[in-house]
Design a protein around this ligand. Structure first.
Ligand code: HEM
Length: 229
């Protein structure tokens, strides 16, 4: 995850203008890749037989647990599609009610149901115990950061809400980074059996580190002293 759009106009000057342009480009890339993975998941698992494009062992696991995997896929897809919209400041300002309702769907359906379903299917993940623990830890972190984001919004601590949502969405983006990692793995000729279990950890730990960096950077930015809802 990279920078998210600012709540207020950037300070003028060539350096801050360049930073603002870079942040907007970064955000657009993230939003498009999130949308792409959401579309892949919804279309791929509606239009094709269950597990059509995945490793035969994964397909067998999906066929044995169709409710768990399909609940996970369709609910989590909502999170990855709605997530970027929630970070657009003009939408939050102009349509606060829409922001609240999309937030409820993101957290209540996407993260809560999608995350519980992910926890349920983690023991059947490809790659044995390494993948199981990797995905289960990610599920718990996703649920925990989602719960904190919800609680801080309820108590109207919007600065904390923003921080927890940045962390939470960085984890949602694991669905993007795992596929980027798989692509990189294929390109370098490494076998799926080796790459996949490693990626069940590497698809989210760097995202979280980057999220912390963004949060710290915002903390030192006077323009972010009082973030809005
Ligand atoms: C962030 C927390 C997430 C966790 C812990 C998680 C966990 C899992 C697990 C354990 C599997 C089964 C993998 C296997 O068989 O080896 C899986 C598959 C899948 N997940 Fe997630 N997932 C998460 C987020 C998402 C999101 C946000 C999406 C949205 C598109 C998504 C879409 C899918 C899809 C489409 C599959 C089927 C495999 C494929 O077709 O590539 N997941 N997930």
């Amino acid at each position: 995850m990279t920078n998210v759009p600012a709540d207020r106009p950037m300070r003028s000057g060539p350096r801050s203008n360049a930073r603002s342009t870079l942040a907007s480009i970064g955000f657009a890339i993230i939003a498009l890749s999130a949308l792409g993975i959401g579309a892949y998941a919804i279309i791929g698992y509606t239009a094709r037989p269950l597990g059509a494009g995945v490793h035969p062992e994964m397909r067998a696991a999906y066929e044995a647990h169709p409710v768990g995997i399909l609940t996970h896929i369709f609910c989590s897809s909502l999170a990855i599609i709605l997530g970027p919209v929630q970070f657009i400041p003009s939408i939050r300002r102009r349509w606060p009610l829409a922001h609240r309702w999309m937030g409820r769907v993101y957290l209540g359906v996407g993260v809560l149901i999608g995350g519980l379903a992910a926890l349920y299917i983690s023991p059947f993940a490809f790659g044995g115990i390494v993948s199981t623990v990797g995905f289960a830890t990610l599920s718990i972190a996703w649920l925990y950061t989602g719960a904190r984001a919800f609680a801080s919004a309820r108590s109207r601590d919007f600065a904390a809400h923003r921080r927890w949502m940045i962390r939470n969405f960085s984890l949602t983006l694991a669905a993007v980074t795992i596929r980027l990692g798989l692509g990189l793995g294929f390109a370098t000729g490494l076998s799926f059996e080796i790459v996949y279990p490693v990626l069940t950890w590497l698809c989210w730990i760097p995202n979280l580190v980057l999220a912390e960096w963004i949060i710290r950077r915002e903390g030192h930015d006077p323009r972010r002293a009082s973030p809005t809802a």
